[in-house]
Design a protein around this ligand. Structure first.
Ligand SMILES: [Cu+2]
Length: 216
């Protein structure tokens, strides 16, 4: 059964409870139609995340990696892709998500290279390529960071139904953002959304399920 979208609240540091509730409500409304898609997947693959096989969003991206190379989802054909949106200065949620992703990859052992973790910055103004390279290396050198112009990032986030916005903090700002992880199968099809509250075991189980699927 698809799970309710209670976990889709944005992640940030200081935000008022009222505003958080508004955001959470808006996100739930936007994501609710997903629930109806749960039955469409091929039989046999049961996911711990939300099965969005056949969804008409989250189809891919065309962005620039932290080495200056243009990247699209097709570059990773043959591997499972875990895609996550965040920002380097995130105090808690992004580091937790990336630490979990690194643990999942480690658990795959000899199959670690069959999983590509991709981090899309929602703060392209501050997250320079150099900073993104350094940040990825701190978790797992194989992780790939993607950036783009503010317009490209906005378009990509919209295509994934990912929400983000700047939240002023005195002289600076932090970001609210959706903290979901998207899994693509080896054929580049969007398959699963995992909530931030789910465990590393849940993430690992769904990655393994996709890796174990017979080639289409
Ligand atoms: Cu974050």
């Amino acid at each position: 059964m698809p799970q309710p979208y209670a976990g889709a609240q944005p992640a940030s540091s200081p935000a008022s409870g009222a505003r958080r509730r508004v955001l959470a409500a808006a996100l739930s409304a936007a994501l609710l139609p997903l629930a109806g898609l749960g039955g469409c997947s091929r039989p046999g693959t049961a996911f711990r995340g939300i099965d969005i096989t056949g969804a008409d969003y989250a189809q891919g991206f065309s962005l620039t990696d932290a080495h200056g190379q243009r990247r699209t989802l097709a570059d990773f054909r043959g591997r499972v892709v875990m895609l996550y949106f965040g920002f380097v200065q995130c105090p808690d949620v992004c580091p937790t998500a990336l630490t979990r992703a690194a643990a999942v990859r480690q658990q795959l052992g000899a199959h670690a290279d069959d999983l590509q973790v991709i981090f899309v910055t929602v703060d392209p103004e501050r997250d320079t390529p150099a900073l993104l390279r350094e940040y990825m290396a701190a978790f797992d050198p194989s992780f790939l960071a993607l950036t783009g112009t503010p317009e490209e990032i906005a378009r990509t986030a919209q295509a994934f139904r990912v929400f983000y916005q700047k939240v002023p903090t005195g002289s600076s700002y932090t970001m609210d953002h959706t903290a979901l992880s998207y899994l693509f199968d080896r054929q580049g099809r969007i398959r699963v959304v995992l909530r931030h509250e789910q465990t590393a075991d849940d993430y690992l189980a769904d990655v393994r399920a996709l890796l174990d699927e017979a080639p289409a």
